[in-house]
Design a binder for this molecule. Structure first.
Ligand code: TYD
Ligand code: MG
Length: 455
């Protein structure tokens, strides 16, 4: 029986050493040595022995059998959408997100709601009782959901072989640990090796696997970058913990588009799927207030209407403050400079605060016009009118620029009962205006918008 051998390799130049070194004596880089398995122990019960049982031969591509309908449709429509139309058998999906954002909740919810599927939920973070308590809160119990609080991958594989589940969830990849490597759980080499074992199991048995991953301070997935290369799909669960909304974004997907996203609302019985995002992102107010404007924006392939709120007031201190939530402050500064220089509005000695409702972070440039309108409305102290919405980018010379997916944005605004949408006059080409009952107002300059709203 061959024994497992490990060695340390420099991640920069590939130099090998039997012991860990602080500084590579070949390339001179610091802290680049990582432990890797050189030779595996052929012990029963490891993925390796499973692997060895199925020798692999070259096969003609036309002879490979496959199934169109192979995707497993899970009960969570938002997750199905983000995965590109269901779960692909034999795929490995990595879900990352900040602590407390709801990764475990999301996955347990999937496990509990897939009633006709056998699910193995491996948890290295919580005890069986804790998971049961959470399941009670989520209000669904699946007889076919098994909880395994084991972190050793060799032991896990033995349980998996016995139970043969349809879906595997590992919470989290950082807590798993393999006998093959000596370093402690959560280290780069452990993470890589454990992920490789789970992936091998997944491919051999054609079972879909979800791996939950921690993220580091700077927001990237903890562990080696290679983890993201190994898996088929990388999803990111994000949102502001103080707000109820969560967004599930696809960063990589071998089986679908990465522009899809899923929206959830966290409430006391778990995560609720939000199929109509605009419904929660607009504060349904009857009275008219100044400083708010609605933007018709896109998140991935989904149009949604979102409220931007601005507050403009005279600066108390020498330097005016500019602060934003959900919007890049540099972009706000640019828009304010455009207003000042190109359109002659005096804002240089005003404090400007900007807030995107719902804790959503917006990167779509089409929100520019709504931001500018909200700022002008607050500065003017006259309301924009809650039945108007905006979709256009603003250029450095103050021109109102066209944006993509304009028809989708217009129809979404139309569907939600808005009466008018302001957009760039260059965006109306080829548009069948009669299709919509909403009034379309093409504009070319900020002054025109100002005239039409407050003039
Ligand atoms: P959790 O899934 O443990 O986060 P992660 O695994 O990403 O670290 O989510 C924990 C948070 O979710 C916690 O702050 C409480 C909240 N929560 C609810 O609001 N409602 C619920 O029904 C559940 C189960 C959790
Ligand atoms: Mg968790």
């Amino acid at each position: 029986m061959a024994k497992t051998k490990t060695a340390f390799f420099c991640q920069n130049c590939g130099a090998q050493s039997p012991k860990w070194l602080g500084r590579c004596n070949v390339c001179g880089e610091w802290n680049t040595f990582v432990e890797e398995v050189v030779q595996r122990e052929a012990k029963t019960g490891t993925v390796q022995t499973l692997f060895n049982r199925r020798p692999i031969h070259p096969i003609k591509i036309s002879d490979i059998s496959y199934n169109h309908e192979a995707r497993i449709i899970i009960s969570d429509q938002e997750l199905n959408r983000v995965l590109g139309g269901g779960l692909v058998p034999g795929s490995v999906t990595l879900i990352g997100g900040e602590p407390g954002i709801g990764k475990s909740t999301l996955m347990l919810q999937v496990a509990l709601r897939c009633k006709n599927l056998k699910v193995m939920y491996i948890s290295g973070e919580e005890s069986e009782q804790q998971i049961r308590m959470r399941a009670e809160r989520l209000g669904a119990l699946n007889e076919n959901c098994f909880i395994l609080t084991e972190t050793n991958t060799q032991a896990i594989v033995q349980h998996l072989e016995k139970l043969n589940p349809d879906i595997i969830i590992a919470d989290s990849i950082q807590t798993l640990q393999t006998d093959l490597i000596e370093s402690s759980a959560g280290s780069v080499s452990q993470i890589r090796e454990c992920a490789a074992e789970m992936q091998k199991y997944s491919k051999i048995t054609n079972t879909p696997v979800f791996l939950i991953g921690h993220i580091t301070k700077d927001g990237s997935l903890a562990g080696p970058k290679i983890l993201e290369h190994m898996v088929d799909t990388v999803l990111q669960f994000e949102g502001d913990r103080n707000y109820g909304y969560r967004i599930l974004r696809s960063l990589k997907n071998r089986f679908g588009s990465t522009s899809e996203l899923g929206i959830y609302e966290m409430n006391d019985t778990g995560l609720r799927e939000v199929s109509n995002p605009s419904e929660i992102l607009l504060s349904h107010r009857d009275e008219q207030v100044s400083g708010t404007a609605i933007a018709a924006m896109m998140e991935g392939q989904r149009p949604m209407l979102i409220e931007t709120q601005a507050l403009v007031s005279s600066a108390v201190y020498g330097t005016p403050q500019r602060s934003t939530t959900g919007f890049e402050v540099r972009r706000l500064n640019m828009l304010l400079a455009v207003l000042e220089k190109r359109s002659g509005f005096r804002l240089a000695n005003k404090d400007v605060f900007l807030n995107i409702a719902g804790g959503i972070r917006v990167e779509d440039p089409a929100i520019d016009l709504a931001v500018v309108t909200a700022v002008l409305s607050s500065n003017q102290d006259s309301p924009v009118g809650s039945k108007n919405c905006f979709a256009a980018e603003i250029g450095l010379s103050g021109e109102i620029r066209p944006i993509n997916h304009i028809e989708q944005r217009i129809s979404e605004a139309d569907k939600l009962g808005f009466e008018a949408i302001f957009l760039s006059k260059y965006n109306t080409k080829g548009l069948d205006l009669k299709r919509f009952s909403i009034r379309i107002i093409p504009v070319g300059k900020i002054e025109e918008v100002y005239q039409k709203l407050f003039g």
